[in-house]
Design a binder for this molecule. Structure first.
Ligand code: SAH
Length: 343
């Protein structure tokens, strides 16, 4: 599927392909610009590219042919439900704000990590996404819908570090200045904590890494995020402390605040202990309720603020994530092929 996709070609891949056809490599820049800057879908319209190359492209490459459904939230957020060529379904979410437009994209169909609060996890892992399917989510919004995209977050469906090779290649394409030129610091990859892969991702891409903690004691995290049974908090935070100095300001933590579970003062104190004296940032995400886990609730603002105060008193930068797209099940953790209708 991805073999013949033009969107799976890095700039270097395309240069090599052009050289094989005995044409000069600089045409790669023109082709990238036609696709990513001028938003053209037809190889024959790429007028400054020699005719024979255009013919070869026509024969060998294609653009994705997906069925896409859109839902728009009252706050402007748009959820895209994409049926891929093999019928599998993924979702992306476009989030407009005053100073930026963020696209939240998926890296896998489903997810195998089974976090006990996450709807995507209920599906299990179906498969990894190809480079085309990752780049294509941005291409669809930017080049087909013609909406601006300034930031990309890999916080949709799936665990990006389990699909590291395709994610890295996709970032290479999305960042390229002849493509969308999205800055490395405007791209964030969120992980449930596959610690052996942090360094590789950061070395190869220099993007931001967000690490989902949620449980802030081992007992709690073992339950909510079973991956903790393999890489516990000591191992996870130990790894971050070891590599953080090489990637300044690139790593942050995310904590999903679930009422009376992960939002307690005991949890806050435990996290403050783990992170004390270590320059880092923590993002608190109030739980987005959903019908799959009716017993899990969003905490009151007061208990979130109390949690935040415990961290801030220890000098840990702590922020609260705004909740977007809730009315169309587009908020964090609500992405699933099941959520078809507006709630
Ligand atoms: N597998 C990666 C990326 C996908 S999840 C990871 O675990 O980081 C992206 C973020 O959404 C994670 O921080 C996750 O903890 C959070 N999340 C999942 N379900 C949620 C929910 N119902 N409400 C709020 N955040 C949720």
């Amino acid at each position: 599927m991805s073999e013949g996709s033009i969107l799976s070609q890095t700039f270097q891949d395309l240069e090599a392909w052009i050289l094989e056809k005995k044409r000069p490599a600089f045409h790669a820049g023109q082709i990238f610009q036609w696709i990513y800057k001028k938003h053209h879908l037809n190889f024959h319209e790429m007028l400054n590219v020699p005719q024979d190359l255009r013919d070869h492209m026509e024969q060998e490459f294609s653009f994705p042919s997906w069925q896409v459904e859109k839902q728009q939230s009252s706050d402007g957020t748009i959820k895209y439900r994409i049926e891929l060529e093999d019928g599998q379904i993924i979702e992306s979410v476009w989030i407009p704000e005053e100073d930026r437009q963020t696209l939240c994209i998926s890296s896998q169909v489903g997810c195998g990590l089974a976090c006990k609060f996450c709807v995507t996890g209920l599906q299990g892992l179906k498969r990894n996404l190809s480079v085309e399917e990752i780049v294509g989510q941005v291409w669809y919004v930017r080049s087909v819908e013609k909406l601006p995209v300034s930031n990309i977050v890999f916080m949709g469906m799936g665990e990006p570090l389990q699909n590291l090779q395709q994610v890295t290649k996709a970032i290479d394409i999305l960042h390229h200045d002849k493509a969308y030129g999205i800055g490395r610091r405007k791209i964030s990859v969120s992980t449930a904590g596959l610690i052996g892969k942090f360094q590789t991702l950061l070395e190869q891409t220099r993007v931001n890494l967000a690490i989902s903690l949620t449980g802030s004691t081992n007992e709690s995290r073992d339950y909510w995020m079973p991956i903790n049974q393999k890489y516990n908090l000591e191992a996870l935070i130990g790894e971050v402390k070891q590599i953080a100095h090489r990637f300044p300001k690139s790593i942050m933590f995310e904590v999903v605040m679930i009422k009376d579970q992960t939002d307690t003062l005991e949890q806050a104190k435990s996290l403050a202990n783990y992170l004390q004296g270590f320059p880092c940032k923590v993002n608190l995400i109030p739980y987005n309720e959903n019908p799959h886990f009716p017993h899990l609730k969003r905490p009151s603002s007061r208990s979130i603020e109390q949690y935040r105060d415990v961290l801030q008193k220890k000098g840990i930068r702590t922020m609260l994530r705004r909740n977007r797209g809730n009315d169309i099940s587009a908020a964090c953790g609500q992405l699933s092929k099941e959520n078809k209708s507006i709630s």
